[in-house]
Ligand binder design. Structure first.
Ligand SMILES: [Zn+2]
Ligand SMILES: [Zn+2]
Length: 466
């Protein structure tokens, strides 16, 4: 039974989608005005795993991620880079997609852009005014928060603390937030019944999510910093507009920290994904990002990245040696080791699913995979023997479960692997010709490249050393 922590109720709940076997999922995407940093990567990688896992569990998932391409930060940055907002957004959208591709985040089904949905936003704002939830003031339109009874139900903050950051004499109440902003000098604008202007940030996500997924979504996700005001405001305006419950499960990931402080643009303590990938493989970064439960804060540091790298390397050793270890000999030992490995395989599979079913516990799921890898490595590295069919199953299970976490990106039969196979075939010939000087030389040279070669009774295996 899949359970997930719902921020709306503050509880872990069984996941029951609105429609049987279907999941409508929306994740707040990037504001495309700058490079994404690894704090953003944490969020996108987590929701990617959620998407993969829901599909693995047999759900038919529709996954929408928006791109915010109109906003104060975009306007400011476009001026600095001397680009139009559209040129700027295109540039950073491309960079965002490039980063996600490197991190092997699966593509959402659709990436709506805010600027392509302005007429829909204007329509919704008109209805909110008609229904008495919003008012026009001096070319701006504000949502009147005291008209919406449940305001604050997601962040569960006391009403006094629900303060909008924007101060304006045009507001009736300082807590009210903008649905439509009057055009300022040199700003991009659209025509509306209230004059020239542009939409507020929150209304963008309300419109783009309901347009593609209907009035009620199963899952809406994003980083923890979006709970208030963004998601609180999304709920107020969407439920006021549709008269229906907006989202069944609200899911937010925790912060990535640097020296225990939240990584953020404003604190300037961030590393872009690109910077990190100059020194680390995408898979190393990804494995690091899933090594802590998504709701907990997580420290970004070299040590933790190194740890993730070592975990990965052991997986690769297990994958490689289990691919090669198709050999049998002593029948009694064979029986014992085979039984042990078979048990580990069964346990790994069921415990991995239990861990992921428990609010996507990726660190626990990873540790079960590590147990399987250890068992494989124990058998193959002592050149002991096991039923090749069972070893094959262990190999396949590692691959299958790893793919849910999006690891093992490297092609297991890469070009360099094929080269090693070829060199070893030549060495085999040298041994048959009793040219042991040559065969030892080949082994030693491979050793220098960190490749361990083992001659078993009827086969030679190799694997990369850690
Ligand atoms: Zn949102
Ligand atoms: Zn959003």
């Amino acid at each position: 039974m899949l359970k997930l922590y719902n921020d709306l109720t503050g509880k872990k709940e069984e996941f029951i989608p609105l429609e049987k076997n279907k999941v409508k999922m929306y994740v707040c995407g990037p504001t495309v005005y700058d490079y994404s940093h690894v704090g953003h990567a944490r969020s996108y990688v987590f929701f990617d795993i959620m998407y993969r896992y829901l599909k693995f569990r047999g759900f038919d998932v529709i996954y929408i991620q928006n791109l915010t391409d109109i906003d104060d930060k975009i306007i400011k940055r476009a001026r600095e880079e001397n680009l139009t907002i559209f040129e700027l957004a295109d540039k950073y959208t491309d960079l965002y997609f490039r980063d996600m591709k490197k991190l092997r985040a699966l593509s959402a089904d659709y990436f709506p852009r805010a600027t392509q949905h302005i007429p829909d936003m204007i329509e919704a704002i008109k209805i909110l005014i008609q229904k008495g939830y919003a008012y026009e003031s001096n070319g701006n339109v504000y949502f009147a928060v005291d008209s919406f009874q449940d305001y604050g139900k997601l962040s569960r903050k006391p009403f006094e603390e629900l303060i909008d950051s924007e101060d304006s004499p045009d507001k009736r109440n300082p807590k009210d937030f903008a649905l439509w902003k009057r055009k300022k000098e040199d700003e991009p604008f659209w025509e509306s019944p209230w004059g020239l202007g542009r939409p507020g940030w929150h209304i963008e996500c309300s419109i783009m999510s309901t347009k593609y997924l209907g009035s009620t979504l199963d899952i809406h996700g994003g980083g923890q910093d979006l709970v208030f005001p963004h998601h609180e405001n999304e709920i107020a305006q969407t439920e006021a507009y549709t008269g229906k419950k907006f989202v069944k499960y609200w899911i937010h990931n925790g912060f990535l920290t640097v020296n225990k402080e939240k990584m953020s643009k404003s604190l300037k303590n961030f590393f872009t994904i690109q910077e990190v990938l100059e020194k680390r493989s995408p898979e190393n970064l990804r494995c690091f990002l899933i090594s802590t439960h998504y709701r907990k804060p997580m420290e970004f540091c070299e040590e933790n990245l190194d740890h993730a790298q070592r975990v990965l390397e052991r997986f690769y050793v297990a994958l490689e040696s289990s691919r090669n270890a198709h050999f049998t000999e002593n029948k009694n030992l064979l029986k014992k080791l085979t039984a042990e490995l078979e048990k580990t395989i069964q346990q790994t599979e069921s415990e991995f699913i239990l861990a992921m079913d428990d609010d996507f516990n990726t660190p626990l799921a990873l540790s079960h995979l590590q147990t399987l890898a250890r068992e494989i490595n124990k058998i193959t590295q002592t050149s002991e023997i096991v039923d090749p069919e069972i070893m094959e199953r262990a190999h396949k299970l590692l691959l299958e479960l790893g793919s849910i976490l999006g690891i093992y990106m490297e092609n297991k039969e890469s070009f360099s692997d094929k080269l090693v196979d070829m060199v070893l075939a030549i060495r085999q010939q040298a041994r048959q010709n009793k040219d042991y000087a040559l065969s030892d030389k080949i082994r030693d040279e491979l050793n220098k490249l960190n490749i361990e070669v083992k001659d078993l009774p009827n086969k030679t295996i190799w694997y990369k050393k850690i």
